[in-house]
Design a protein around this ligand. Sequence first.
Ligand SMILES: NC(=O)c1ccc[n+]([C@@H]2O[C@H](COP(=O)([O-])OP(=O)(O)OC[C@H]3O[C@@H](n4cnc5c(N)ncnc54)[C@H](O)[C@@H]3O)[C@@H](O)[C@H]2O)c1
Ligand SMILES: O=P(O)(O)OC[C@H](O)CO
Length: 347
Amino acid sequence: MSNSRGPVAVLGGGSFGTTLANLMAADGVPVTLWLRDAAVAEEISQQHSNTRYLPGIELDSKLRVTTDLLQAVEQAPVIFLAIPSSALRSVLAQIGPLLADRIVVSTTKGIQLPGFVLMSDIIEEAAPKARVAVLSGPNLAREMAEGALTATVVASPDEALCQAVQDVLGGSKLRVYASLDRYGVELGGALKNVYAIIAGMAAALGMGENTKSMLITRALAEMTRFAVHMGANPLTFLGLAGVGDLIVTCMSPKSRNYRVGFALGEGKSLDEAVASLGQVAEGVNTLRVLKQKADAEGVYMPLVAGLHAILFEQQPLDKVIGRLMSAEQKQDVEFAAFMACTPLEGV
Ligand SMILES: NC(=O)c1ccc[n+]([C@@H]2O[C@H](COP(=O)([O-])OP(=O)(O)OC[C@H]3O[C@@H](n4cnc5c(N)ncnc54)[C@H](O)[C@@H]3O)[C@@H](O)[C@H]2O)c1
Ligand SMILES: O=P(O)(O)OC[C@H](O)CO
């Protein structure tokens, strides 16, 4: 098995897996994309397109594709996972022991039950000897596939691992920054999806720019409060995987979570909003898991509680907004307080 620039396997042939694999293939990295659907694999290999997830994008002819999972991972020292959080366990169950000593990078931005299970936890359970990192940041797949200049973060306490991922993934269109705070980067990517649903709702309801700015800023305070309580470094939330990803997902109709929120704001039911999307919106499940955890830990998360009340407790929107606006008016910037009790390492 070789290393510094591949071979690489990308597991998951949806929007993000196809995009990441294509970027690396175009940059000369030997990549194999694994997906389940033989017809999509055939289309990628013969037509160099994935019309279901990236319509109108011409994929690089060097991109190899397979429906054979073992073949994909067999010779790859670096493996990216771009599988929805709900399916990660079942995919890893088929290959766990094969992943010993490999670099396994989760790009999945979700949290699962029971309890509060991150994707890195699922990987380490299935493959205890793998070297695990997470990748997160303001990374709308469609824009990356179109060649937009983009930055992301690879996070692991293992600096050599981060360097290996930077070498393989970084290129003329994509800058890959490193972080030692894997936990914070992973939480940032998952939590921001919940606030993107709220931002989409606010947009559909015609709320003003002041309101959108208030939402994003208070969302950052709220998600950081939770993450710091759980052990993450607050400074991580000032970076690409925190405020960077929160901004893009809360501002862009290209975000699927934002689009779910927008559809809800237009009066669709949650089932209708999710069904009309046809792609994964991790924020809906994350909201359930996060609300439970915040309650159990006693962390104050009024925006999460408000969205949960609307989606899962049948509370009317105007009542929830009224409650949010009449809550105690607290301190603005909490970062000083967060940082006073957190060592400035692990960012
Ligand atoms: N799309 C983006 O812009 C983006 C960016 C960064 C991170 N992510 C994260 O990447 C993850 C994947 O998202 P996506 O955008 O590629 O989703 P998607 O909805 O575009 O595609 C999901 C893919 O997963 C496949 N899949 C579903 N269940 C599977 C299973 N059991 N086994 C194998 N494959 C299965 C589907 O067939 C599909 O190819 C999500 O957690 C998402 O938050 C997405
Ligand atoms: O389309 P979304 O809402 O899943 O967001 C995609 C990425 O996470 C943005 O960084």
